[in-house]
Design a protein around this ligand. Structure first.
Ligand code: NAD
Ligand code: ZN
Length: 356
């Protein structure tokens, strides 16, 4: 299947399906002098040979393997990618392929944006979370003082999403990406929400045709929201549903101590509770708890975290203005708003759910 992704600067195709890597050379348009595959250790062990062989019949290929995990989004690894590209004599007609999850996509996209002032790149996502990260054009590396602080907007030439590559993804990573699928359903896609409730009862159901359906649906929501909000002033913030508390939990525990999706799941449950309070409506929070539990998401705030420190983090969130907490709240399933919430209400609600 092919989706057409529209952006301000260009439109590009997103190919999705099982085993579509085999057709990779057909997806590469224009004259390409050399291809640099950037991938990480885990992904390269499973798939690098396979992808290299497919490409080698048509193009000169070189590969650069980065360490697995968030630590690879560093200035040091970024520089090493450039060194490799220079040694391998890539020129402005060369192509970068990001083969991996969000870490590889963010790093390789930034390498492509900066190598000789920019060369084209293709995203080949290998995680479920990457249905989120591979669309939207944000690429970045981390600074010691903040995540994703060094980066640019850079749209790929295309995205090639071979679902069969996700077979080796550990369940915890699958669940992490699945949280973003749920998020996309709750903020803008009632149909997807109903479909998930009906068809996906546990993480074991997140595979095959089901997996493909949720990737396509999630990408459509993400691409729509990003397209509608060219200047990142308004509705792009909706994508932050569950992330105000989610990010606070990740930061307080230390990055890597909890998966992004697990933190976002806790954040979404909290946002639903706040929504009930703020709007004075009944969203049936308990049924969301039970639903999230079915997939193995943690449903309470990890012990050791205090309401005060989480609140401080939430106030420093990028959405906040003048020290006021702003959260994306659920009006009804499929409809969210960015709302300035009452700090005392949040403090007392956090107090109720924190164990310390
Ligand atoms: P990741 O790329 O680190 O992948 C998670 C783990 O799974 C890694 O250990 C990786 O080696 C392994 N892995 C990947 N594919 C595999 C496969 N097919 N089989 C077996 N193992 C595999 O992390 P992620 O969760 O994909 O992405 C997280 C990153 O995405 C973060 O750095 C985050 O900042 C970024 N992100 C970016 C955006 C954006 O808009 N650019 C949006 C959301 C997240
Ligand atoms: Zn997220």
């Amino acid at each position: 299947e092919v989706l057409q992704i529209k952006t301000q600067t260009k439109d590009y195709p997103l190919y999705v399906g099982s085993n579509i890597s085999i057709n990779l050379p057909e997806f590469i348009k224009g004259k390409v002098t050399k291809i640099l595959i950037i991938t990480d250790e885990n992904v390269s062990n499973y798939y690098l040979k396979h992808i290299e062989e497919i490409l080698k019949e048509h193009f000169p290929v070189t590969s650069f393997i980065i360490p697995s995990g968030e630590k690879a989004k560093s200035i040091d690894v970024f520089y090493k990618c450039h060194t490799h590209a220079l040694q391998e004599k890539l020129d402005r007609s060369s192509l970068v392929i990001a083969l991996g999850g969000g870490v590889v996509g963010d790093l390789a996209g930034f390498v492509a944006a900066t190598y000789m002032r920019g060369v084209p790149f293709i995203q080949m996502p290998t995680t479920l979370l990457a249905h989120d990260s591979a669309v939207g054009g944000k690429v970045a590396i981390n600074h010691e003082l903040g995540k994703n602080m060094i980066g640019v907007f850079n749209q790929p030439e295309s995205v090639v999403y071979d679902i069969s590559l996700l077979k080796t993804l550990p369940e915890s990573e699958m669940r992490s990406g699945f949280a973003e699928v749920i998020k996309h359903a709750l903020i803008k896609d009632v149909e997807l929400y109903n479909w998930l409730k009906k068809n996906v009862h546990s993480m074991a159901d997140v595979q095959g045709e089901h997996l493909q359906h949720m990737i396509i649906s999630g990408i459509k929501v993400k691409a729509d929201v990003v397209y509608e909000d060219e200047n990142e002033t308004g509705i792009r913030a909706y994508l932050n549903f569950g992330h105000t508390l989610g990010h606070a939990i990740e930061a307080e525990l230390g990055y890597g101590q909890i998966s992004h999706g697990d933190a976002v799941a806790i954040g979404m449950l909290f946002a639903i509770k706040v929504s009930e309070n703020h709007y004075g409506i009944e969203l049936n929070h308990d049924s969301f708890l039970a639903w999230f539990e079915q997939y193995g998401f943690p449903i309470s705030i990890p012990s050791g975290l205090s309401a005060t420190s989480l609140l401080e983090r939430m106030k420093r969130d990028k959405k906040s203005k003048e020290d006021k907490i702003r959260m994306v709240l659920l009006r009804e399933i499929g409809t969210v708003e960015l709302v300035q919430v009452n700090e005392e209400m949040i403090r007392s609600m956090l107090g109720e759910v924190c164990n310390d």
